[in-house]
Structure formats: C-alpha cells, structure tokens
Design a protein. Sequence first.
Length: 197
Amino acid sequence: MGKEAHVRAVLAAGADEGRLRYEAAKLVFRGRERRVFEGEALAGLRAEGVDLVLADGSRFALGERAANSWVEAILNPKARLDKIGVKAGMRCAVIGVDDATLTTELGEKGAVPVPELKDLDLLFYAADSQAELGRIPDLIPALAPGGALWVVSRKGKAASLKDVEVMAAAKAAGLVDNKVVGFSDTLTALRFVRRRT
C-alpha cells in the first residue's frame, strides 16, 4: 500500500493544497491540478525540515518525521515479498496466480513450497470471478492457525472484481482483511486472516 497525506505544496505555479500519494514509483499530487512526478523528477528527492523536496524545487509539507519516511520509502522501495512479510521457513502454496517469478522469489526468500494444502503460513490464491471467490471457505482449513490467505486479482481496467466484493466473500467465510499490496503492474493482493475470538 502506498503513502498518502493531505499537504500544503509550493510548486512552480505557486502555492496549493491537496492530496499527495506515493505508490509504485510515482508521486501524484491532486490540488487545483493533478500533477504526476516519476522517474527523473524523483531522482533528486530529499527531506528538508518538514518538507519533501523534489529535484525541480517542488515542496510538500509533510512534517519532519513523515518527510524522512517518504524519502526512505521512495528511494529504497521494499520488494513485494518484503511488503507481504515472507520469511525464511514459511510454508506456502500458490494456486492459479499468473506470475512467472513468484515461485522463484519465494524460494529466494527461503519460503518452503508445499504440495499438500495443510498448515500453510501463506496461501496465494488467484480469484477473478464470483465462482473463484466461492472457493475461499474450502481454502481456510489449509491455513495454519496464524496463516494468511492472499487473494490475488487483476487490477485496473482488466479487473473483473472489486476489492469490496473480495472482502465481502472473505468476511462471509469468517476472515478479516488486514493488508493490501500492489502485487505487480497488473495484479493486486488482499491479505485475510482468521477472525480472533
């Protein structure tokens, strides 16, 4: 999930106020006009006091701690499996996710792919239809007590499901959502865990 804040800004066109959002290598400001900063525009990014400052001199007042945090996140982005929380020794399985590098990345992190759906720490499940969402209750017994089900779906114009539909299906099965990650340029992932009693 990206960073977002309401900010005061000083741009080449003058002072403004609006929403600043960072996600997946671009910074988007929505004030009087929408402005997108990416690539070279982020190359000279720095924190100066309470401001996030871009190479062109654009400034966004975030607060000192937040400005430093944004600089760190933008200049040193976490890999997706770090965002997901994959750790060495975790038992995992992948069902239907169309991602050529996922299995390799899991192995590089030291996660243990298991063929049997049992006692899983992480289960990545592709769902892009109501029928696929209907299978969620059948997957829950495969999770270890603290395990997580990541429902991976297409995003953007290719999406056939809305996040609220995925959340509703998982909630109906007794799960709660607690994280969303931009899984790739074309996929998004929502994490679900068992409701604590």
